[in-house]
Design a protein around this ligand. Structure first.
Ligand SMILES: *Cc1c(COP(=O)(O)O)cnc(C)c1O
Length: 404
């Protein structure tokens, strides 16, 4: 070693301190485990079949016809118009396609840009746990503080305690994130729950950020009600959705925001420096999908409901206690009847025990204790994949050495 050791050593972790808790996600760990063990991956929520053929062709046609340069920052006009038409037709909500609709790189960027644009350092953001993982990371990136309200299993579905929600709102609360249909519990908030949320937004002057990417993937006739349709809410809601889940094209990352013009203008100020704009061919194809493929989406919904039932039957036979979801791609299972108590522990051993990968629900909580005994399985897979997973899980034997 030389004597010249005074030069500063690189820091052990160059990542900014506040982001260190978000280092590696359980999805990466579980996917690697699935590959290493040759397991069936019911962890990650993406379909293993393609979206509507004509919509895929529309993307190819868009590339062939030269839609290959920067589109306008707020999105190609035809997609903004198709989104506005869709909102009006399905929900009776009228948005001006030029100033109140904004195209983003998936719902993920819509969420990030919205929170970065509207939430000040030190502000508080209320959200329901378990939550989609990007919410917590972006709140932290914005320098804001999250206040999580737990969804608890009550009469067969996950919902919140109104008093716990009221208690989470304080003088620094700026926004609330509402994800319905909800990943990972499959709950669809009903009108009473939404009215309570709306009432609190109005009373405390909060902005609602709604993640509605599963808006069409609802089962058993349960209706998805956008929060923006409740009295007074359109003016304070940033409504977010995307093509990925609706049309089984999660790799397209084509999303959109609908909100009053001043909120959209604020989001645009941030978004223009994140990505400026979103890939043109996907936008044109998503517009085609919204205008011509909603019948296909109805078929997808019915097929997903059948897959849900197929997986529920198998998981129940294998000994799990299953919570029946009203929407999304996912079922929650209570692992205690099988003699397990820690979902993370089970998720890590399930590939070697049964050759199946699932996601421990506790990773979606600030307080992991609430979700400790739940594991999430995805059913947006081919029937034969679900059947094989079920066959493997049937071999799971009830554990006798229950761990603490
Ligand atoms: C899949 C998913 C997203 C991400 O949507 P993209 O359009 O792929 O960015 C956002 N929120 C929830 C709840 C999701 O499940």
């Amino acid at each position: 070693m030389s004597d010249f050791t005074a030069s500063p050593q690189p820091q052990a972790d160059p990542l900014i301190a506040r982001m260190r808790e978000f280092g590696t996600t359980v999805f990466a760990e579980m996917t690697a485990l699935a590959v290493r063990t040759g397991s069936i991956n019911l962890g990650q929520g993406f379909p293993d079949t393609d979206g509507p053929a004509a919509m895929l062709e529309a993307a190819v046609a868009a590339i062939r016809s030269g839609a290959n340069q920067y589109p306008p920052g707020h999105g190609v006009p035809v997609l903004r118009e198709a989104v506005a038409e869709h909102r009006e037709k399905h929900y009776g909500l009228v948005y001006d396609p030029d100033h109140e609709v904004y195209v983003t790189v998936g719902a993920t960027e819509a969420i990030s840009a919205t929170l970065l644009a509207l939430v000040e350092r030190g502000d508080e953001v209320v959200l329901f746990e378990p939550y989609y993982d990007s919410y917590a990371a972006v709140i932290t990136l914005a320098g804001a503080v999250r206040r999580a309200v737990p969804l608890r299993l009550t009469d067969g579905r996950f919902t919140f305690d109104p008093d716990e929600l009221r208690a989470a709102i304080g003088p620094r609360t700026r926004a609330i994130i509402v994800n319905s249909p909800h990943n990972p519990t499959g709950t669809i908030f009903n009108r009473d729950e939404l009215s309570l949320i709306a009432d609190l937004c109005l009373r405390h002057d909060l902005i609602a950020v709604t993640d509605e990417v599963y808006e069409h993937l609802t089962f058993d006739g349960v209706e998805h009600i956008p929060l923006a349709t409740l009295p007074g809410m359109r003016d304070r809601t940033v409504m977010i959705s995307s093509a990925g889940k609706t049309f089984s094209v999660t790799g397209w990352k084509t999303g959109w925001i609908c909100a009053p013009a001043p909120l959209v203008a604020a989001v645009r100020t941030v978004k223009q420096f994140l990505t400026f704009t979103m890939g043109a061919p996907w936008q044109l194809a998503a517009a085609y999908g919204l205008r011509h493929e909603l019948a296909w989406v109805t078929t997808l919904r019915d097929s997903l409901a059948a897959k849900r039932d197929r997986l529920i039957t198998g998981l129940t036979q294998a000994g799990f206690e299953v919570v029946r979801p009203s929407g999304t791609y996912f079922v929650q299972t209570d692992i205690r009847p099988l003699g397990f108590t820690d979902g993370l522990d089970l998720a890590r051993t399930l590939p070697s025990l049964a050759g199946v990968v699932a996601i421990p629900t506790q990773v979606f909580y600030d307080n992991p204790a609430y979700g400790k005994h739940y594991v999430r399985f995805a059913f947006c897979k081919k029937d034969e994949v679900i059947d094989e997973a079920v066959r493997r899980l049937a071999g799971l034997e009830k554990r006798t050495d229950t761990r603490p």
